[in-house]
Design a protein around this ligand. Structure first.
Ligand code: NOJ
Length: 559
């Protein structure tokens, strides 16, 4: 595998709205991020991925952009951004921007113009279609419930929005639109940013026939995925983007790619395919999904989770590069989902961190993950702010007759606001996030779970992450070692080896039971050394056959 800095880096995602408020308006902002750069430096991350900071009416918290070349008022100014870039760079931290170009806001000037008439210069920047049989152009549903088409009476046509009504899809079939996007990207790169995380970038190429999609049992609309996800034309666009923009800079790129399979990822993120550096695949995030997707998921099965992650590890080996993540702003908190956020909160958060960071790929840490932040259960649906939650509640409860309790359970388990509660900096009011009133409630557990109590505690989750990141810098095998799964069918243990010149043995207990670890393959070694563990060290003679304590993880270096 080719060696590069972005394979050796750890990326930390900031969701600015919930990170740190500097001016008391209850909303995180760029000066707040600057205040915390030393905290991030101390943690040891290499790169920050900033969720969108551009001008936005905030229908989807910044993923609806009304000006790609300016900063959202609540977050600050372009001057603040330049300051952030300078301050981050002076600490050796790179900045990656979110690039949201599958859609814009309906308040973007392109869309305001596009709506005006069918011969407007910007008309074809978006996807307009006439009614079909007096109804929407096809049966597609949007990701945020309801039809994916909205009627606009000015020109008596519908426009496509795969997300909210305020997020019209951009028309990538139009070369002028593509050129605008490339110019905008170039403008940011020339400012000195270090790369892009590309929002649903595998949605940009669409089947121009716009055929109806399958309507699954119970669904109110058809599924657009076969027409809009991972189409061959998306690869053509990305190759063009790479040629015209990305290839001119030494940057890192990661594309969000729901529904992408190994074969897709090999193209998007192939070592030589000249598209992106890596993708976010979603398969491991979907484990346990039920008939209503994440809203009625069942407890996850470790065997299934391992199968998916092992498939991606071996599937991309030598050909493409994995991203590694448990968390982001769209996912519940991992310690609540795959760990135990009660009795084994500290231990299980460390086990999960080890399990992920020891895999092959570039690890991502989502803000607060390094503190073991947990899911939240707000009492009222009115406490939730996420458009996906609000619309899904309306569709499932009000339109389809599911109970309030059913939906609240779904939201508690998997809703996106679990990730969006303010970062718990200390145990003062509002967790030290703001002196004002926070835009979304703080998780009430901030008095026990917060950064101030962890930074100087050698046993904290924070310091464990710090150690993991340091070990990654010192042990090339963590980055480049080849992955092999052990005990594929074991229901409680996730164990694997990594091989470069030496070998690492990584053993993780995903349960609250003490379990026997007995390797199912011969592992040859003459010496072993414990590299990392989440329990008090324990001498073990035979490291291929031993008892693991609840949620224990141990990593051994074998020679
Ligand atoms: C994926 C982003 O991660 C999510 O937060 C957003 O709602 C959608 N794309 C639409 O931009």
């Amino acid at each position: 595998m080719k060696k590069t800095w972005w394979k050796e880096s750890v990326i930390y995602q900031i969701y600015p709205r919930s990170f740190k408020d500097s001016n008391g308006d209850g909303i995180g902002d760029i000066p707040g991020i600057i205040e915390k750069l030393d905290y991030l430096k101390n943690l040891g991350i290499d790169i920050i991925w900033l969720s969108p900071v551009y001008k936005s009416p905030n229908d989807d918290n910044g993923y609806d952009i009304s000006d790609y070349q300016d900063i959202m008022d609540e977050f600050g100014t372009l001057k603040d951004f330049d300051e952030l870039l300078k301050e981050a760079h002076s600490r050796g931290i790179k900045i990656v921007m979110d690039l949201v170009v599958n859609h814009s806001s309906d308040e973007h000037k392109w869309f305001v113009e596009s709506k005006k008439s069918i011969d407007n210069k910007y008309r074809d920047y978006y996807i307009w279609r006439p009614a079909k049989d007096g109804k929407e152009p096809n049966n597609w549903g949007s990701c945020f419930s309801g039809s994916a088409w909205k009627y606009d009476e000015t020109t008596n046509m519908y426009f496509l929005h795969l997300f909210s009504k305020k997020q019209p899809d951009l028309n990538w079939n139009n070369p002028e639109l593509r050129e605008e996007v490339y110019n905008m990207m170039t403008w940011w790169l020339d400012k000195g940013i270090d790369g892009f995380r590309m929002d649903v970038i595998n949605f940009i190429g669409k089947d121009q026939a716009f055929p109806d999609g399958t309507v699954y049992p119970g669904a109110l609309n058809g599924d657009f995925s076969t027409s809009c996800m991972n189409k061959p034309v998306s690869h053509e666009y990305l190759k063009e983007m790479n040629d015209k923009v990305l290839s001119k800079y030494d940057i890192v790129t990661v594309g969000e790619a729901p529904g992408a399979q190994i074969e897709d990822a090999k193209k998007y993120a192939g070592e030589n395919t000249k598209e992106l550096n890596m993708v976010f695949q979603f398969e491991h995030m979907d484990v346990g999904n039920g008939s209503e997707g994440k809203w009625n998921s069942l407890p996850f099965k470790l065997v299934e989770l391992k199968k998916i992650l092992a498939k991606w590890q071996t599937g991309l080996q030598d050909e493409a590069w994995n991203s590694l993540y448990w968390n982001n702003h769209d996912q519940p908190r991992v310690v609540s989902r795959f760990g135990n956020d009660k009795e084994y909160w500290n231990i299980s958060a460390k086990m999960l961190a080890t399990c992920l960071h020891m895999l092959q790929g570039t690890p991502f840490i989502y803000q607060g993950e390094e503190l073991g932040m947990t899911n939240v259960s707000f009492e009222s649906i009115d406490d939730y702010k996420d458009i996906e939650i609000i619309n899904a509640y309306d569709e499932l409860v009000n339109q389809r007759g599911f109970s309030h309790e059913f939906m609240m359970n779904g939201i508690y388990g998997r809703g996106r606001d679990n990730a969006r509660t303010p970062i718990q900096w200390d145990d003062s009011e509002n967790a030290g996030f703001t002196t004002g009133s926070p835009w979304i409630k703080v998780n009430p557990n901030y008095r026990t779970i917060n950064a101030a109590s962890q930074i100087n505690d050698p046993n904290s989750i924070f310091n464990y992450y710090k150690l993991l990141l340091r070990l990654r810098k010192e042990n090339e095998i963590m980055v480049y070692g080849k992955f092999d799964l052990l005990l594929a069918d074991h229901e409680q243990i996730f164990a694997y080896t990594r091989t470069l010149e030496e070998k690492l043995l990584v053993v993780c207990n995903f349960s609250a039971d003490a379990v026997d670890f007995k390797a199912d393959q011969t592992i040859n070694y003459s010496t072993h050394k414990l590299l990392l563990s989440n329990y008090e060290q324990m001498e073990r003679q035979d490291i291929t056959n031993f008892v693991l304590r609840p949620y224990e993880t141990a990593v051994y270096v074998l020679n």
